[in-house]
Design a protein around this ligand. Sequence first.
Ligand SMILES: Cc1cc2nc3c(=O)[nH]c(=O)nc-3n(C[C@H](O)[C@H](O)[C@H](O)COP(=O)(O)OP(=O)(O)OC[C@H]3O[C@@H](n4cnc5c(N)ncnc54)[C@H](O)[C@@H]3O)c2cc1C
Length: 317
Amino acid sequence: MTAETVQRKEYLAAGSVEEAVAALAAGARPVAGGTDLVVGARHGKAPLPASLVGIHRIGELAEVTTLPDGGLRLGALVSHATIVSHPEVLARWTGLADASAIVGSHATRANGTIGGNVMNGSPAMDTGAPLLCHGAVAVLTGPSGTRRVGLADLWTGPGKLSSSPDELLVAVELPGDQDTGGAGGGKLPGSAYVRLQYRRQMEIAIVGAGAVVTLSGTGPDATVTSARIAITALAPVIHRVAEAEQALVGSSGDEAAARAAGELAAAASRPISDVRGSADYRRAMAGVVTRRAILAAVSRARGAGPAVPASDTTYGS
Ligand SMILES: Cc1cc2nc3c(=O)[nH]c(=O)nc-3n(C[C@H](O)[C@H](O)[C@H](O)COP(=O)(O)OP(=O)(O)OC[C@H]3O[C@@H](n4cnc5c(N)ncnc54)[C@H](O)[C@@H]3O)c2cc1C
């Protein structure tokens, strides 16, 4: 190694949010599980920042707590493994469990955090579509206090965020009092996240879709009263598709309705071509994956399967 390639690194393991925020204000970058930042640096994706602040010792960031409206607050350090095994997430925010269940491998899920997933700002990250559909809010703490930002306002481009570099994500809140996205208000919605994957472990979404659906009743005459649909790896940022949502409302949520909504989601996509798929292939698959996510969400709203993760159980349908 030459002298030019040796760069001095600074590292602090913060013991509190205040200490971490002070380090960020001094120019450090946060590291949680390190599965993006450190693994990416080792693979040559981007060099490690010169100054890092580890947040893994801040106990309060690893807590899952209930909100006054019946929602759930996931501390930024909550791991994908914890999300997948949390009974309330499985029952009420099932789409999020679908996503966390397929992140990387067992090791990735044990170390990777919800905060790191949200703050990498990738248009292909798996928890994004279900979090958007569930109406999740990012809780950011910086030198001048704490503020809440909807995820649609947080993600501004591939790997780009509206938050300031001196703001730490302290939690992701899942509201409980909406007719979709939570369960506090009335009938339990059904939700699902499905991604197109070439293998079941260590994969990145080629295309993904999340759906949250509320039905008027349980019988065969039940109709969709509200719907949220979001698409993954199909645009510079993960986003909801209003046209698809509107088309689904008032329908029975059957195969034909899901297919029509899927086609609208495909029409709203702006995919790129890369080694994992061409733009045309991605656009074609957007319709298929969105249809599967809707049907899985409708089925769950009716009180039936598929099991988590929906990507595996709807595979081949
Ligand atoms: C082998 C492998 C497979 C993977 N598979 C998937 C997959 O299938 N799906 C998927 O979505 N992702 C996948 N990932 C990406 C990664 O594992 C996840 O995004 C994970 O949730 C990142 O969490 P982390 O705690 O490890 O983040 P880190 O690597 O610690 O941080 C990621 C980014 O977020 C920032 N950050 C972290 N925490 C905070 C915070 N609290 N406040 C502000 N900024 C913060 C960091 O500065 C960094 O920019 C994979 C990664 C690997 C290595």
